[in-house]
Design a binder for this molecule. Structure first.
Ligand code: 48H
Length: 256
């Protein structure tokens, strides 16, 4: 007869969670946002041996993948990103010259599984609401439970890291925390404009080429790149998100 009761179940969860949380208060890299670019960046950094923590405000991870295009849960991926899919064992169908489709659920769940198996720890239901800055450098994020963040007068806690990645998508939420403080924190002037109208091919190249360190200690990948550098949006094609995550992982690894 198995001997456990409700208290033992609660004890098990509480001790496992707080052990994980305590361990993750300091990381090599903290990533805000568990969308395609954040998960891909996390995967490649963890594969290189870095301690990577992803903080996600929502209950589910995968960001904009799940809904595909107009809630048709298939996404397009162009050929240059196929090696990433192959490495992760995510299946794809060839549609046109240079263009594949991937089941959105397989892409989201495949990226999640591979990132976590590579060593990434995801803390969900936590909202990044600010950054820590010391000596002119971002040294981590300020975070609070999503349900209370900006709702109740409850103070946040911090997650320290050598590198912080804003992978929060269209909102570029982490960069925005610096932006709202004015010119004290020098950011690209384009950050005030936000992303441009759709041009799929240009947007896909843009998110890879402009993935970069936007402020000392703070990097951007995925749609946050377009928000910060004024790049075009691209609709439901996701190869650029994967390639942007991979590119920023290489840049961060080279800097750490
Ligand atoms: C913690 C946060 C916070 C916060 C947001 O939107 P995402 O999928 O981002 P990307 O850049 O990896 O991928 C973009 C892609 O999904 C997309 O939207 C495309 C290709 N659009 C093209 C177009 O034309 O519209 O994921 C961002 C994640 C989400 O899970 C958010 O919940 C999370 O970040 N997030 N997490 N703290 N403050 N803000």
């Amino acid at each position: 007869m198995t001997t456990f009761d409700e208290t033992k179940i609660s004890e098990a969860i509480t001790s496992a969670y707080f052990k994980k949380l305590l361990d993750r208060l300091v990381s090599d890299v903290v990533i805000a946002g568990a969308g395609p670019s954040g998960l891909t960046a996390g995967y490649y950094l963890a594969r290189k041996g870095f301690k990577v923590t992803i903080i996600e405000k929502h209950l589910s991870i995968g960001g904009g993948i799940w809904g595909g295009g107009m809630a048709m849960n298939e996404v397009a991926v162009q050929d240059p990103a196929v090696p990433i899919l192959q490495e992760m064992g995510i299946r794809h169908d060839r549609q046109h010259e240079g263009l594949r489709t991937v089941d959105a659920v397989e892409l989201a769940s495949g990226l999640c599984l591979k990132a976590i198996q590579a060593g990434v720890v995801v803390l969900n239901l936590i909202n990044v609401e600010d950054v820590c800055v010391r000596d002119g450098r971002v040294t981590g994020v300020v975070a609070n439970r999503t349900m209370i963040s900006n709702v109740l007068a409850v103070d946040p806690i911090t997650f320290t890291a050598k590198a912080t990645l804003d992978a929060t998508g269209h909102e570029a939420a982490v960069v925005a925390t610096l932006q709202k403080r004015g010119p004290t924190f020098k950011l690209p002037e384009t950050a005030a404009i936000g992303e441009g109208p759709m041009d799929a091919a240009k947007g896909e190249t843009f998110v890879v080429e402009h993935a970069s360190e936007v402020f000392p200690g703070l990097w951007v990948s995925g749609m946050s790149v377009c928000a910060v550098y004024g790049g075009p949006r691209m609709g439901p094609i996701f190869g650029g998100m994967l390639l942007s995550g991979k590119r920023v992982a290489e840049l961060i690894a080279a800097k750490l």
